[in-house]
Design a protein around this ligand. Structure first.
Ligand code: ADP
Ligand code: MG
Length: 267
């Protein structure tokens, strides 16, 4: 934490105090039909931080990302991105959806998936130029997938597809990356590759928010946590907020106390 604060010139907590928020939601309520998925959620994600969104299945974690992106309608509340309305800052956001939610049965080459991330630079119906391809390839290189550029996305393993989604997000050159369970169902090598890329994004002063399900890696991967279970339970630095009490409040009886103690020793 201290080392990172030095690299950034000043710490994440100080940036939050200085009011520099990559994402700020307040009073956020989202209802599908009758049932509320999120109720009155307020959260502040400081610019340059790496935040884990934690909570049980059905807690509204994916919904929170989708509401931040404006892809599900809010019943009430506000979303601000870098201090402005979402519509003005949309170009600074990149999103990696939960892999299980994407159907890649239609034939698309890996390089084209990455180029799709660059549509703003490309413009609709304009020709793809060599430098576009070179940038897309460089992004694939960063996730160690350049050799697969001409393969059909549907033929890749789950972990390889996840790397390609990350390459597409990298191609967007965003400032705020929202990822929904990027490590779900990937092998250890892919997990390492993904976390290395995310940490390098943070070293470039970009902001990373991940829905994350593996509690054991939270202290190692992230510097902040946001606990939600329909309502916000807690948010803050790992040191102050990744506590047995907050885990218990978020998961209730579902998490054994011994398990929580083991996690705490990792902090
Ligand atoms: P999480 O990502 O934390 O597992 P979600 O945000 O996906 O939770 O879902 C929160 C709740 O909203 C769940 O009860 C889920 O069944 C419901 N839900 C999510 N998406 C929809 C949808 N498109 N239509 C109806 N209900 C939904
Ligand atoms: Mg989800």
């Amino acid at each position: 934490m201290e080392q990172r604060a030095l690299e950034h010139g000043y710490g994440v907590e100080e940036r939050l105090q200085s009011g520099e928020c990559a994402l700020e939601v307040s009073g956020l309520t989202v209802t599908y039909g009758e049932k509320p998925a999120l109720v009155g959620v307020a959260a502040q994600i400081p610019s340059g931080s790496m935040t884990a969104i934690i909570g049980p299945n059905g807690a509204g974690k994916s919904t929170l990302l989708k509401a931040a992106l404006g892809v599900v309608p809010k019943s009430s509340g506000t979303v601000r991105v870098f201090g402005e309305a979402l519509s003005r800052q949309m170009h600074r956001l990149a999103y990696v959806p939960q892999r299980a939610s994407v159907d890649w049965d239609f034939p698309t080459r890996v390089i084209d998936v990455v180029l799709m991330g660059m549509y703003r630079e490309l413009g609709l119906l304009r020709p793809v130029r060599r430098w576009h391809r070179e940038k897309a390839l460089a992004c694939l290189q960063r996730v160690d997938m350049a050799d697969f550029a001409s393969r059909q996305i549907g033929q890749l393993s789950g972990g390889q597809q996840q790397r390609v989604f990350l390459a597409r997000a990298l191609a967007q050159s965003a400032d705020l990356y929202l990822l929904d369970e990027p490590f779900a169902g990937v092998d250890a090598a892919t997990e390492r590759a993904i976390i290395d890329v995310l940490k390098s994004l943070q070293a470039e002063r970009r902001t990373v928010v991940c829905v994350h399900h593996d509690l054991t890696t939270v202290p190692d991967y992230f510097d902040r946590v946001l606990f939600i279970n329909v309502r916000k339970v807690a948010e803050g630095s790992i040191a102050t907020t990744f506590t047995a009490e907050n885990l218990q409040k978020t998961y209730g009886g579902r998490l054994a106390t011994t398990h929580i103690d083991q996690l705490r020793t990792a902090v």
